[in-house]
Design a protein around this ligand. Structure first.
Ligand code: FAD
Length: 405
């Protein structure tokens, strides 16, 4: 019983391991990771790792020394391939078997693959792991032409990085606008305008008819008859939760590994956290959601440690996401719905905050954009605190920048 095994040595799993020790767990603790590196941060992969002139080292979350100090057994470069729930054992690809009292799944997510007619599909690049960032970076030579498929955060950050490295960039988005998920239209418009100013070309609201090798590079034919030429194609069209291990062991799946408000799967001795799980959120009427966000991975890692040690508080942190593009930073705190009323708080040079009010007037989300070296982060911290309480505040008060948040 005195054994905890964590599968997935990413943001969530590693945070949970650290927290278990910080909260006094003295039993055996094993962290299983299928990547060869020590746990590292993913957000820099689409930012500094692409844009900086000198390749930065991976941003390690937990190095060998600290791992030793915390007495965490790290099975690196080994994948968990089977869970024997009856005998409470995890089988690794190396053949090793680990007994557990409690098991935590933090297997993350994988890029959604794009299939289009033509021989270029198999040669498109995706970004999830450190090795992917290196492969993309190698293609971003000054003057080379990058085509990004997908106008989500990762695709946009890759485009910004490519521009900084002296490449040409074209972004193709099939939806009616970029950043369709969770970002209000005016922020998406501001982000697109900044990219255009930097030289990125956009094809929005148009699908891809085919992508083929041509003249030593690629030719992407769009549904409207345009041809986009590129030397490298990066597809960023969303992520799929990694549930194979959970599914094969009969755990309930619903847009990821299904967990309850305490992050417990359908087997009470197995928990799941981070990108791989969906959970009911008490702040949003128990709506089941799955988040792909750094803060959520961290917060669930911290929270689940308490649960693994016997507490039974529901997880209720406000969803929070950020992205950096050029000199701009944008943040979203809360969950929005297309039917929300949107109220602008114009902070001048500091930036803008958009408050999202639900039908009953409750403040359910705040999204902000502004220069990263300005005061937008501080303002958004206050907006986040406010949103956590979901108050009903008259729109004119929220909009008035002379009233303190
Ligand atoms: P991961 O960090 O993906 O870790 C899961 C780990 O489990 C991986 O190492 C995986 O290989 C391993 N694994 C899977 N299956 C097995 C198995 N069977 N056995 C052993 N190991 C296994 N979020 C933000 O809020 N802001 C950002 O700016 C931002 N930028 C991002 C940029 C990029 C390029 C990416 C990819 C993500 C970004 N995110 C950002 C999202 C954030 O990084 C993720 O939400 C977070 O990493 C999720 O943590 P996780 O532990 O659930 O999954």
């Amino acid at each position: 019983e005195k054994k905890i095994v964590i599968v997935g040595a990413g943001e969530a799993g590693t945070r949970a391991a650290i927290e278990l020790r910080e909260q006094g767990w003295e039993g055996e603790l094993t962290l299983v990771g299928d990547e060869p590196l020590h746990p590292y941060e993913r957000p820099p992969l689409s930012k500094q790792q692409l844009s900086e002139e000198e390749l930065p080292l991976p941003a390690t979350i937990l190095n060998a020394e600290r791992m030793k100090e915390l007495a965490i057994d790290f099975a690196a470069g080994d994948a968990a391939v089977r869970i024997n729930r009856e005998h409470k054992r995890v089988v690794l690809a190396s053949g090793k078997e680990l007994a557990y009292g409690k098991l935590l799944l933090a297997t993350g997510s994988n890029p959604r693959m794009l299939a289009v007619p033509g021989d270029a599909s198999g040669e498109m690049l995706y970004l999830r792991k450190h090795a992917d960032a290196i492969a993309i970076r190698d293609c971003l030579r000054p003057g080379s032409r990058l085509a990004v498929i997908g106008g989500g955060f990762i695709g946009l950050e890759v485009a910004a990085g490519a521009i900084r490295r002296g490449c040409e960039a074209t972004l193709i988005e099939v939806g009616p606008r970029i950043l369709m998920r969770g970002v209000p239209e005016p922020i998406a418009a501001a982000v697109e305008a900044r990219h255009r100013e930097a030289g990125v070309r956009f094809h929005v609201g148009v699908g891809i008819a085919s992508a083929n090798r041509a003249d030593g590079g690629y030719a992407i034919e769009l549904a409207d008859g345009t041809t986009v030429r590129a030397d490298v194609i990066v597809a960023g069209i969303g992520a799929i939760p990694e549930t194979a291990l959970a599914e094969a062991s009969g755990l309930a799946i619903e847009n990821g590994i299904r967990v309850n408000e305490r992050l417990q799967t359908s087997d009470p001795d197995i928990y799941a956290i981070g990108d791989c799980c969906s959970f009911p959120h008490p702040l949003f009427g128990g709506r089941r959601i799955r988040l792909e966000s750094w803060r959520n991975a961290q917060d669930q890692g911290t929270h689940v440690a308490t649960g693994l040690l016997g507490a039974s508080e529901p997880y209720r942190s406000l969803p929070w996401f950020w992205s950096d593009q050029y000199e701009l930073t944008l943040q979203v705190a809360g969950l929005s719905d297309p039917s929300d009323r949107i109220v602008l708080r114009d902070l001048g040079e500091t930036g803008r905050i958009y408050f999202h009010l639900a039908g009953d007037g409750r403040l359910v989300c705040a999204s902000g954009i502004g220069p990263s070296d300005g005061a937008i982060a501080r303002e958004m911290k206050l907006a986040e605190r406010l949103t956590e309480r979901q108050p009903v505040i008259p729109a004119e008060e929220l909009a008035d920048p002379s009233r303190k948040l």
